[in-house]
Design a protein around this ligand. Sequence first.
Ligand code: GLC
Length: 717
Amino acid sequence: MNKKTEEIEIRTLLKTLTTKEKIGQLMQLAPFFFIHDLEVEVAGPLRELNLDADKIYLSGSILGVGSPEEMIRVQKKYLERSRHKIPLLFMADVIHGYKTIFPVPIALGATFHPELAELTARISAREASTSGIHVTFSPMADLARDPRWGRVVEGFGEDPYLTGTMAASMVKGYQKGGINQDDALASCIKHFAGYGASEAGRDYNTVDLSRIALFSDYLEPYKRALDAGARLVMTSFNTLDRIPATINPFLLRTVLREKWNSGAVTISDYDSLGQVKAHGVAHDDREIAKKGLTAGLDIEMASSSYINHLEELIQTNEVDESLLDEAVLRVLQLKKDIGLFENPYKGANPNKHQSIVLSKEHLDLSYRVAKESAVLLENDGILPLSNDVSIALVGPYANNKSVIGPWSWHGKRDLHNSLYDVLKDRVSFTHTSADIEDYSKEDKAKLQTASIVVLALGEPDYFSGEAHSRSDISLPDHQDDFFQAIRSINPNTVVILFNGRPLLLNQVKESRALLECFFLGSMSSEVIKDILYGIVNPSGKLPISFPRAVGQIPLYYNHLNTGRPYHVENKSNEYVSKYMDVVNTPLYPFGYGLSYTQFFYDNLTISNEILCPDETLHVSVNLTNIGQVKGQEVVQLYLRDHVARVSRPIQELKRFQKIELQSNETKMIHFYLTISDLQYSMEDGEMVYDQGLFTVMVGSSSTDYLETTFTLKESHK
Ligand code: GLC
């Protein structure tokens, strides 16, 4: 059957629906409306939403189910009552794993290994689909440059290229083989758009972005994810140009439909359409419904303005029914492409659910991803530990299973090992308090005689995630004081960090070793143990800058030069862009991470001193592992465009490769750049380039690299 016939079929189906039934396809509610006795629900949340049982059974999709049995029960109950028998679509937040939990996205970004992001999504889809889930609200492609924002944990950091690469890889992983596959999930990217630029890092706050910043930095990752095939786009809570993104025609029609020619289904965030009233951009739900559909919002999640007002708006010709048809067709097409018309219970499989969820194969894969996520920030050689070394293990994460992140939904913390569980046969002393006053004289004596003191510190997993922003990003509960107190008893400290965002590490930086683990998921403790004892050589690199002070935020590597750049060498010059009380640089820069071995770069070579727009620039560098053990290095390539129509960042990540080398092995690494890598966006989204000088930087971080230059010219003459 050709595509044309399929569309006719969908269009034929559309014609059989009443206006109310069409509108129902654009409503998404939580599952409890279907699971409990509706009469009971009518008195509760339903009344707030002005819904009744008949309206409920017009719904087109459901947010979240917890098991295959629940999905089957809800779908069956729904279809029995439905006149049109169009199956419900089941959507859920499968963010970094379903029951087998992988590292949180910020830690996944630290792998700089897109194949691992794809693998994470693949396994997540394999597990979640057995519960009859068809769509996941993932990946979050929001650029995040403000660690006060709790949702930094759910993104891939501050760089558009890294974020776009990882987001696109996750889309491919979720949708591998096609969204009609039983073990695939359709990907809904989020939150469109610019949510990560919430002022002051306060969640749900205003976003005031220039168009050129929007196009240059913030939109790229969503575009990359859509180009990878994402089938849905979730709107964000914030305003853009002072218009809520959920009813913003510039985003939902001009950018998404006209510029990007996307046919993706748009869906609001949770009640973000209803919240347009709070934004002060609509008087009532009736106006909200009109603005939402007109702007290009398809599905309304967890609010009820469409179902309660669109029919009357159409009857009074205030909204053209063609807008409704356009939105419903996108939803019906998605259901058809997923295969719901053939099998309304697609994916739901209790037996498969039992056999593959949390399987050893999946846990092993979670270990494989997690071991490349940890970032070694400091090490004077104390790590790796020798096997016979006994350790004291102290701090809030010494025996804590909450290491699967703030949004692991179905993940169960108590299913996995704590650090103490996996280290206990090597632990001479342990205590979970981070207050030295809780340590007796005997305790301190044990600390003093221990060979090594491992401090497991950090912030609780609920300190990050949605609605969990912090104005102070220090280690909580005076853990810095605790670290200093421990260090004064025994200087042989190894600090392990569990956190969902960059923290202020000025004090723990003095530790003999400092390992940033973020939240590594189901196999966190096993991975950390293997890193401590050298079975795993850490290879993570920071996907986001770690500031020295909150006052530096927003602080990111790909910043503009300004007219008065501050350089350490011209410190005497007072009238430059700097602070009086802290240097401009981060404590740990983007792309930074140590290894148990050392890598040496030399022989950076480029194919052209003069490059024309139709030519490809070949960049090569020799990488040597000059240390004693095998290791992986993320070779990063940055560009600087020195003169353009607008001011351009001092460097931009354009490529990276993760390379594993044996001790004393050398490998030539190759990169190829074309004109599309030299272009930049103007304020209307048009991509342009300028002739002139470019610098190529290739190295192990945004601050440690070899460099050379070339000139872009229209011709060699
Ligand atoms: C939340 C989040 C969004 C999530 C949605 C559904 O408010 O902002 O990321 O996918 O609701 O749970």
